[in-house]
Design a protein around this ligand. Structure first.
Ligand SMILES: [Zn+2]
Ligand SMILES: [Zn+2]
Ligand SMILES: [Zn+2]
Length: 250
């Protein structure tokens, strides 16, 4: 099949992995062999979400040969966090996609890398799939921000009183309730969870949000509620970090 044309190479990764290999004397740190016997690769000791493979400290990485590298990794292929490093034209259908359960013949070899897994040579369909999750996440973020601003700008609030006569305003989101007590700059908010069709209410502790505008407290309360009811771990985590951010800064 000949040499195969290089179509695309990630320069950041090439430079970064070269530095790691040079530091390690161009030797596998597990078996000690060098480029005359084996293919050297760069392994990440840790994985940080949304970090490109070349954005890690050099000390997060070590040089391993292809075989030792494969042995270093778990058996479950991660489905997000992959970066496309390069595409090579094999000149014909000379390779096979390495993604689990695929194995399709490929002409364009896409080298994908995951700090927690290593390298995978896949076809164009599978690389789409592997690198899609992060794009989905960012569109989820945008979608969530829109939900928040829609809520803050168009939720309807009505007045009410607690059994002890304390005044509040309230709104509902999917049969759950958000209550705001107090006045601008000295609000507290309370989330009241209710299961659909059930009379039972669960009153969370009221949270004091001093120094914040009514708008900011509505936003904070909505994020807190969404965080409590979300079933998706990714979304929960995003809401949690948003909440921490807003609790301190607005
Ligand atoms: Zn690795
Ligand atoms: Zn080795
Ligand atoms: Zn495939």
């Amino acid at each position: 099949m000949g040499q195969g044309k290089k179509l695309y190479v990630n320069k950041n990764w090439a430079a970064y992995s070269e530095r790691v290999k040079r530091r390690d004397g161009f030797k596998c740190l597990r078996c000690g062999r060098g480029p005359e016997d084996v293919t050297l690769q760069v392994h990440h000791n840790t994985y940080i979400t949304h970090k490109a493979p070349w954005e890690y400290a050099l000390s997060d990485c070590r040089t391993l040969c292809k075989g030792c590298h494969a042995r270093e990794h778990d058996l479950i292929e991660p489905d997000r966090g992959w970066t496309l490093l390069s595409i090579h034209d094999l000149g014909g259908p000379a390779g096979n996609c390495e993604r689990k359960g695929c194995g399709a013949e490929i002409r364009y070899a896409h080298y994908a890398y995951h700090p927690n897994w290593g390298y995978l040579v896949v076809g164009s369909t599978c690389v789409e799939y592997l690198t899609r999750a992060d794009r989905l996440l960012s569109s989820n973020v945008i979608h969530l921000y829109k939900n928040i601003s829609d809520f803050v700008n168009s939720s309807e609030w009505s007045p009410g009183f607690t059994q002890k006569g304390k005044k509040f305003i309230r709104t509902t989101y999917r049969h759950h309730q958000i209550r705001l007590y107090g006045d601008e700059l000295s609000h507290s908010f309370q989330i009241v969870l209710k299961e659909k069709g059930v009379r039972w209410h669960n009153f969370a502790k009221a949270i004091f949000a001093s120094g914040k505008s009514t708008t900011a407290v509505k936003e904070l309360a909505y994020i807190a509620l969404r965080g409590m009811i979300s079933k998706r771990e990714e979304e929960k985590e995003l809401l949690r970090s948003l909440y921490r951010e807003l609790k301190i800064n607005t």
